[in-house]
Design a protein around this ligand. Structure first.
Ligand SMILES: NC(=O)c1ccc[n+]([C@@H]2O[C@H](COP(=O)([O-])OP(=O)(O)OC[C@H]3O[C@@H](n4cnc5c(N)ncnc54)[C@H](OP(=O)(O)O)[C@@H]3O)[C@@H](O)[C@H]2O)c1
Length: 423
């Protein structure tokens, strides 16, 4: 089976190397040899540690009749969308690791592909075979929830803050030095990368075609040492979670920093590792753990799709879509999401402030579960006090309203901050 690799960077180069190194084993498992015959790049002069021929002439490679499968590993959205569409229109199979492309276009591409294989195992959680597990191993189940640590950069930063005592800026700098975070980290730390992955999983599990703009996406930029202090004191860790949860005939989708009890499995997933918990009505909780990124781990998933194509296995990616079309599952309006909340407030330390805050909360349907005032370190009695609250189950709309009202009070000294709690 002849394969063209469109994009021979971090992942593409590893795909070629693993296909070369493990050639006998992969051929035996696939039932035929999988040969990377041509790679397309932007800069053919760049030094690459592979034998496969390289070109920058994309159009010629797209027209070649001897290519059986195309692997898209370029990144971006618009250009790969045009290229992948063109290949699928010619009924040639495509494998991609491009989560951004899929977050916006997977339904069009799926429908364009029809019966032509279109694989994207590598687009979610790198080397962890979670898509295949959802499509195949868990196909007997109504999926109750998918909850995961889907971004290694955020998990590394939060682990350094929780366990190493670092502040956010130092943890991010260290992640950049180690190559775990991009020079421009906004996409990762803003939660957008995790959102793309969550949407792909939700489309497979629930048949919902949501776009990143339609769901709650919050990053980890505002987590500070006071939040870490609270989390440690109350036996929580803070994780950036992607959450898809079925509630009656609707599904809620959200990505945000989350307080997770320390005895939960996800709490103990540290550093750059990813983990995804999938709860099915028949199987109960299953947990998938492994490297969520990196050339070699991601290439492992890309090659698993190639092996499926070589074996002629082509269970549709949106395997749950057709039956769900008769009773389409709707996306819950983010305002109607109901969970527990942690609220941190910086306030002027004077008589009556606490009463005003608690009144405002109860007038707006927020019931307080716990309250803590951080001991003042500074001797300056004018310096603001930090107050922490957790709530019982509450609606997102009520919490947003309370935060908005608090922000306007003269005794509030900095923007109120909230973290959702998962128990
Ligand atoms: N890296 C990971 O750990 C990881 C994990 C999961 C998923 N992914 C996904 O995998 C894909 C590839 O990621 P990567 O990290 O391997 O990216 P990368 O290191 O930046 O490599 C991109 C490759 O595509 C080539 N390329 C880019 N634009 C092109 C164009 N217009 N025409 C021809 N070639 C072009 C580049 O050519 P030059 O070499 O000449 O620049 C390079 O070889 C992305 O969609 C990413 O989201 C990556």
């Amino acid at each position: 089976m002849n394969v063209a690799i469109l994009g021979v960077g971090t992942v593409g180069e590893q795909v070629v190397k693993i296909l070369e190194t493990n050639q006998k084993l992969i051929s035996a498992r696939a039932g035929k040899e999988i040969r990377p015959v041509i790679g397309v790049v932007r800069n053919t002069l760049k030094k690459r540690d592979i034998k496969m021929p390289i070109t920058d002439d994309m159009e010629t490679v797209l027209k070649r009749d001897d290519i059986d499968v195309y692997v898209e590993l370029m990144g971006g959205i618009d250009r790969p969308y045009r290229i992948v569409s063109e290949i699928l229109k010619r009924k040639k199979p495509v494998v991609t690791a491009n989560k951004a492309l899929l977050a916006y276009h997977r339904y069009e591409l799926e429908s364009l592909a029809g019966k032509t294989p279109f694989g994207y195992e590598a687009s979610v959680a790198g080397g962890i075979p979670v898509i295949k597990s959802l499509r195949e191993g868990l196909s007997a189940n109504n999926i109750r929830s998918i909850t995961g640590i889907m971004n290694g950069t955020c998990n590394y930063i939060l682990t350094s803050m929780m366990k190493g005592g670092s502040g956010f800026d130092d943890a991010l700098k260290k992640a950049q030095e180690l190559g775990y975070a991009e020079a421009d980290p906004a996409f990762d730390i803003g939660g957008f990368d995790a959102a793309h992955k969550l949407l792909i999983l939700a489309s497979i599990a629930y048949g919902v075609n949501a776009k990143p703009e339609e769901i709650i996406v919050e990053g980890i930029e505002r987590i500070n040492k006071a939040d870490i202090f609270f989390a440690n004191d109350f036996d929580y860790t803070i994780k950036l979670l992607g959450i898809a949860k079925k509630v009656n005939e609707e599904v809620e989708l959200r990505v945000h920093p989350t307080l997770v009890l320390k005895d939960k499995m996800l709490s103990n997933v540290d550093g750059v590792m990813n983990a995804i918990s999938v709860v099915g009505d028949a199987v109960g909780e299953t947990m998938f753990y492994g490297a969520g990124a990196g050339g070699s781990a991601t290439a492992s998933a890309v090659i698993s799709d190639l092996v499926d194509i070589a074996r002629d296995i082509n269970s549709p990616m949106l395997g749950y879509k057709s039956p769900l079309e008769t009773t389409p599952i709707k996306l819950i309006n983010p305002n109607d999401i109901c969970t527990k909340y942690y609220i941190r407030l910086n306030v002027q330390d004077k008589l009556g402030v606490l009463a005003k805050i608690t009144n405002l909360m109860s007038e707006n349907n927020l019931s307080i579960d716990s309250f803590l005032q951080k001991p003042r370190i500074s001797a300056d009695t004018q310096s603001p006090a930090t107050l922490f609250f957790t709530t019982h189950m509450a609606y997102e709309k009520d919490v947003s309203r309370v935060l908005g009202l608090l922000k306007e009070q003269e005794f509030i000294k900095s923007e109120p901050f909230m973290i959702r709690i998962e128990e």
